[in-house]
Ligand binder design. Structure first.
Ligand SMILES: [Zn+2]
Ligand SMILES: [Zn+2]
Length: 361
């Protein structure tokens, strides 16, 4: 008897998420005086960043002016032109948080065009001079411009490699960052619950740590509009890194989700990636539930594995195509949450950090 060759099960190609779609060439008015432009980016899971223009009698404020580098800058200048502006009309830049797809054009707008750069009080990038001075550069190597030299807390002797644009040589990427990066030193750092007038509207600043320590959302309580940055995205959940300074970034993220879910009168949410949406509270609650479900999966995995490394736990949470340092970083944040809240203990074993459930019986 002959067997037919078995045909491997065909997994249908995954439809791109809203956040992965390529940048639209259109300028779209989201609400009077709030224009959305999309700038192209190529990061894992992301095809564009929404750069909003808030118009007033002085010109325009821009929210999250794209990636560092000439291509993103050209796209920004082109989009401004489509909307009737030149870079010199940009009086203010708001950077929602310290990721490069959000602060790219900020330094150039500040240095060349005198724009004010607004961030949260705690804004800090990998590129801050304090970090670079502390890290000696081996002879002949490009100086460190990233967190490459930061040790992973869960793997002894291993350093972090940040997400790279796809198909880019890491050395070239480092050099490109070095060459085109203008450290976007803010000219104005705001605290939680300050009022900033932009686009003829009063915006209340909302410090929303979790995705990063310095994440800032803006809320116009009159029209019920939220600029949500990466804190709440329409279909994907932002990466929660175990490598940030806070002791328990997941707890901070939960508190920040509750904070925006409790806002009254929200009519429109304008995220940094993907399409606008209305249901902020239910979206925030769904994201919270997603992380609770991951915590449950870790509890179940711990019962089966007994005592396991962060890498082993990450394989329980993520599909093989996502395995690696980002998956481990997010898993580490969840395991640390369980440790800090008293459900797990950790110890070093064979060069790696291991976690197990605390025996309750
Ligand atoms: Zn981000
Ligand atoms: Zn982003």
């Amino acid at each position: 008897m002959r067997f037919r060759k078995t045909v491997p099960p065909v997994t249908p190609p995954r439809r791109p998420t809203q956040e992965q779609e390529p940048a639209s060439p259109e300028i779209t008015e989201m609400s009077p005086g709030i224009l959305r432009s999309q700038l192209p980016i190529s990061l894992p899971g992301l095809g564009h960043v929404n750069c909003y223009f808030l118009e007033d009698e002085r010109g325009v404020a821009v929210i999250d002016p794209g990636m560092p580098g000439p291509a993103s800058w050209r796209a920004l200048v082109h989009r401004l032109k489509q909307a009737g502006y030149r870079p010199r009309h940009v009086h203010t830049v708001v950077v929602t948080h310290s990721h490069p797809d959000h602060f790219g054009g900020a330094g150039r707008l500040r240095d060349v065009y005198g724009s004010e750069v607004i961030t949260h009080r705690s804004f800090r990038t990998w590129f801050d001079p304090a970090d670079d001075e502390a890290l000696p550069t081996p002879a002949g190597e490009a100086p460190s411009v990233g967190p490459w030299d930061h040790a992973l807390p869960w793997r002894d002797g291993t350093t972090f490699r940040p997400p790279m644009p796809r198909r880019v040589n890491i050395g070239l990427y480092r050099l490109a960052l070095k060459r085109f990066m203008r450290t976007p030193a803010p000219t104005r750092r705001v605290d939680d619950a300050e009022v900033i007038t932009l686009g003829r509207r009063p915006w209340v600043s909302l410090h929303t740590p979790g995705h990063t320590n310095d994440h800032l959302c803006l809320f116009d309580p009159v029209a019920g509009i939220v600029l949500s940055g990466d804190h709440v995205l329409p279909t994907i959940t932002p990466h929660i890194s175990g490598l940030v300074a806070g002791a328990d970034p997941l707890s901070e993220f939960f508190a920040s989700l509750d904070k925006v879910a409790a806002l009254h009168g929200v009519q429109l949410v304008l995220p940094a990636h993907g399409q606008p949406f209305q249901n902020l509270a239910s979206r925030a609650n769904d994201i919270r539930a997603h992380h609770q479900e991951r915590l449950d999966r870790l509890r179940t995995a711990a019962e089966e594995l007994g005592d396991a490394s962060v890498e082993a736990y990450s394989h329980e949470l993520f599909k093989p195509r996502s395995w690696g340092q980002l998956a481990e970083s997010e898993t580490y944040a969840h395991l640390e949450h369980l440790r800090i809240t008293g459900e797990m203990v950790s110890h070093h074993q064979a060069g790696a950090l291991h976690y197990r459930l605390i025996e309750t019986r």
